[in-house]
Write a protein that binds this ligand. Structure first.
Ligand code: AMP
Length: 221
């Protein structure tokens, strides 16, 4: 079977990370989150981490060149040999063009799933989001109102710096200005692009995405 490249597309808080975690086991492919990778580099304090810290804290986008290079390296890892899911990447038309070229060179064809969620739901989800400072697991107070600590680490949960209200507004603006046009790029380039309602039960949404992938693979076979 061809290597899978699934692009999980949607605004911050649309559930891309949740879907990636659910789909990872069933599809047997790697989960690549550029946001997680960048946060790791900031925590490490390496040169890239130091360069991107301010722009991330303000809700802006890191340079295309830095993220493209990070992704180019990541997709050569062993866990990507059956394929990978991209979460939070590409986020600009220039990143999308770069990725399309890179994939064409290795005879891979991306599929795009757009998780559509209402603006008000997004704001509610992000403002209820809490993270374990030790292992990074995300929880949501909307689904779990009494939660204060992480199940795995027992650590007190925190609000991620870029989930604060003013930063969330900036991230949503960056999405509308720079990221939303990426969808049109993939549509116009003739890649499969599907819209899935992202406000239902996560397991049902994952099932719907798996059906779409199966149908596309049958069609392309
Ligand atoms: P996320 O966790 O995907 O919402 O990403 C958190 C932050 O990391 C974003 O607000 C950006 O500052 C940065 N970031 C993540 N992915 C990208 C990307 N593909 N291009 C530029 N910046 C990114």
């Amino acid at each position: 079977m061809n290597r899978l490249c699934l692009i999980l597309f949607g605004s911050p808080g649309s559930g891309k990370g949740t879907q990636a975690k659910l789909l990872k086991e069933d599809l047997g492919v790697a989960h690549i989150s550029t946001g997680d990778m960048l946060r790791e580099r900031v925590a490490l304090g390496d040169p890239l981490g130091k360069r991107v810290e301010k722009v991330m804290a303000a809700g802006g986008l890191v340079s295309d060149d830095s993220v493209n290079r990070m992704v180019a390296d990541r997709i050569t890892f062993d866990d990507c040999r059956t394929g990978f899911m991209l979460d939070g990447y590409p986020r600009t038309v220039s990143q999308a063009e770069w990725l399309a070229k890179k994939l064409t060179a290795v005879k891979m064809r991306p599929m795009v799933v757009h998780l559509e969620v209402d603006y008000n739901v997004i704001v509610r989800r992000i403002s209820g989001r809490r993270q374990c400072p030790v292992c990074g697991t995300l929880y949501n107070l909307a689904a779990d109102p009494d939660r204060v600590a992480c199940d795995m680490e027992g650590a007190k949960l925190e609000i991620r710096d870029d989930d604060r209200e003013d930063v969330v507004r900036e991230r949503l603006l960056a999405y509308n200005r720079q990221t939303a046009p990426v969808l049109a790029f993939f549509q116009e380039a003739g890649y499969p692009v599907w819209s899935v309602k992202g406000s239902g039960e996560p397991e049902a949404i994952a099932g719907e995405i798996e059906d779409l992938i199966r149908k596309e693979r049958e069609r392309a076979a």
